[in-house]
Design a protein around this ligand. Structure first.
Ligand code: SF4
Ligand code: SF4
Length: 381
C-alpha cells in the first residue's frame, strides 16, 4: 500500500508509466530486461493526457506510478512529467508515486522531493538487514540514505522482495525494518517467485520464520500487520463472501510502456509475454469478473476469500486468467494456519480490538482452518 498525502483511496485509478528500462543494479530476483530504452518527453506528455482524458467512470482520483528500471535514473524526465501534469488544469485530484532502489538519490533530488511532498511520494525498496539486502540487491545497502525516507515519508512502508536466500532471514529482516521506524512492510509475498513449496526443507525453513513473526506481532500489537498476516479470517466463515477479482488488472490498473503503448498491468507486458499471448490477452473483457474467477477455488476452497492471486502469473503458467497456479496452494494453506494462530493469540490478548459482529466468525474460521490444514503440516509444525 502506498501512502497518501492528499487524496482518499476510495475510487482511485492506478496508471503506471515506465519511464526507463535502464537500471543500475542487478538484483537476484529481477525478471526485467534492462536495456537502455527510455520514454521521450513527447511520449510522456501524450500518455499523461491520455490518462486524464480517459479516466474510467467511478474514479475520482489518480495515482500515477513512475517506474523503471530505476526511475531516478531519469530524474529530469520525472520532473518534467510532474511539471507538465501540474501546469494544466486536471479534472480529478492526482498524486505521483515512485519506488526507488535509493542508490542514486543525490542532494539535488532530495531537495526536489522534499519540496514536492504534496504531489509526489517516494517509496524505498529495502530487503532488510545489510547482509540480505547486499546479497539480493548488488551490494547497495551502504549507498542508501534510509533516514531520508523515514523523515520525509513517515507513513510510507518499505517494499521488501524475497529471494531464496532471504527466506531463512525473513523474520529478522521484517523486525529490522520495523525497528528503523517503517510502519508497514509491503511486498513480502511467499506465493510469488519460484520457491519450491513441495519441498519439506523449504516448508521447514518458513515455518520457523512464520512462528517467530507471529510471536513478534502478538508482542508488538500496535504495529501494522505485514500484509501476509493482515487477513480477515471471518470472511471464510461467512457464506457468499466471494471475492470477484483480486486486483485491478485492466480496470483500475493500467500500464504504459516507454513507447506509450498501453497494457493491462505492469506484469502483463512484452517484458513477460510474447506477441501472440499478448494479442489473446488483449481480447479479455477486464470489466467482466467472471473471466478471472477460478470456479474450483471459489466453490470448493474454504480459504478462497483470503487467498490472493496474481492473474498475470497464472496466465504465464496456464495460458488463462481463470485458472490459478495450484502449485502455490500449499503455502497459502500454511499461511492461513499462521494467520489463524496469530488471530487466536490476539483474541486472547486484546479481545476488545475485535469487532463483536465478526468475532464469532473469526473463531469459527480459526477452528476450521486448523481442522482442515493442520494434518498436512502436523509432522513439521
Ligand atoms: S495481474 Fe498480478 S501484477 Fe497484474 S495487477 Fe494483478 S496482481 Fe498486479
Ligand atoms: S489455496 Fe489453492 S485452491 Fe484454495 S483458493 Fe488458493 S489457489 Fe485456490
Amino acid at each position: 500500500m502506498k501512502s497518501d498525502n492528499t487524496i482518499t483511496a476510495l475510487s482511485r485509478y492506478y496508471p503506471t508509466i515506465c519511464i526507463t528500462h535502464k537500471c543500475n543494479l542487478n538484483c537476484t530476483y529481477c525478471y526485467q530486461n534492462h536495456d537502455e530504452k527510455r520514454m521521450s518527453f513527447e511520449t510522456a506528455k501524450k500518455v499523461i493526457d491520455e490518462i486524464f482524458n480517459n479516466i474510467p467512470p467511478g474514479f475520482d482520483s489518480v495515482e500515477i506510478d513512475l517506474i523503471g528500471g530505476e526511475p531516478l535514473l531519469e530524474f529530469d524526465l520525472l520532473k518534467d512529467i510532474v511539471q507538465y501534469t501540474c501546469s494544466t488544469p486536471r479534472k480529478v485530484k492526482f498524486l505521483f508515486y515512485a519506488t526507488t532502489n535509493g542508490t542514486v538519490l543525490d542532494l539535488e533530488m532530495k531537495e526536489w522531493f522534499a519540496a514536492h511532498k504534496n504531489c509526489f511520494v517516494l517509496g524505498l525498496s529495502l530487503d532488510g538487514q545489510k547482509d540480505t539486502h547486499d546479497y539480493n540487491r548488488s551490494n547497495s545497502f551502504d549507498r542508501i540514505d534510509i533516514d531520508f525516507f523515514r523523515r520525509h515519508y513517515p507513513e510510507q512502508g518499505i517494499k521488501m522482495t524475497l529471494s531464496e536466500y532471504s527466506l531463512s532471514h525473513l523474520a529478522e529482516n521484517i523486525k529490522y525494518c520495523h525497528s528503523l521506524g517503517f510502519p508497514e512492510i509491503g511486498g513480502v509475498n511467499l506465493a510469488e517467485g519460484d520457491f519450491n513449496w513441495d519441498s519439506d526443507e523449504f516448508i521447514d525453513v518458513i515455518i520457523t520464520q512464520l512462528s517467530d513473526l507471529v510471536e513478534f506481532y502478538v508482542e508488538n500489537d500496535s504495529l501494522k500487520l505485514n500484509q501476509m498476516f493482515d487477513k480477515k479470517l471471518s470472511m471464510c466463515d461467512v457464506k457468499n463472501s466471494n471475492v470477484d477479482k483480486w486486483c485491478g488488472i485492466g480496470t483500475s490498473t493500467v500500464f504504459f510502456d516507454i513507447d506509450g503503448r498501453k497494457y493491462p498491468c505492469p506484469f502483463v507486458t512484452p517484458m513477460t509475454f510474447n506477441k501472440s499471448a499478448l494479442a489473446s490477452i488483449m481480447k479479455t473483457d477486464f470489466e467482466d469478473a467472471s473471466c478471472f474467477v477460478d470456479n474450483d477455488c471459489c466453490n470448493d476452497c474454504y480459504i478462497y476469500p483470503i487467498c490472493p492471486t496474481c492473474y498475470g502469473a497464472n496466465y504465464l503458467v496456464n495460458s488463462t486468467f481463470k485458472q490459478r497456479d495450484k502449485r502455490r496452494c500449499r503455502i497459502h494453506k500454511l499461511i492461513a494456519l499462521f494467520v489463524a494462530d496469530l488471530n487466536a493469540k490476539l483474541i486472547i490478548k486484546t479481545p476488545d480490538k475485535f469487532d463483536d459482529g465478526t468475532l464469532l466468525h473469526t473463531i469459527n474460521a480459526i477452528k476450521t482452518i486448523r481442522e482442515l490444514y493442520l494434518p498436512e503440516f502436523d509432522s513439521l509444525i
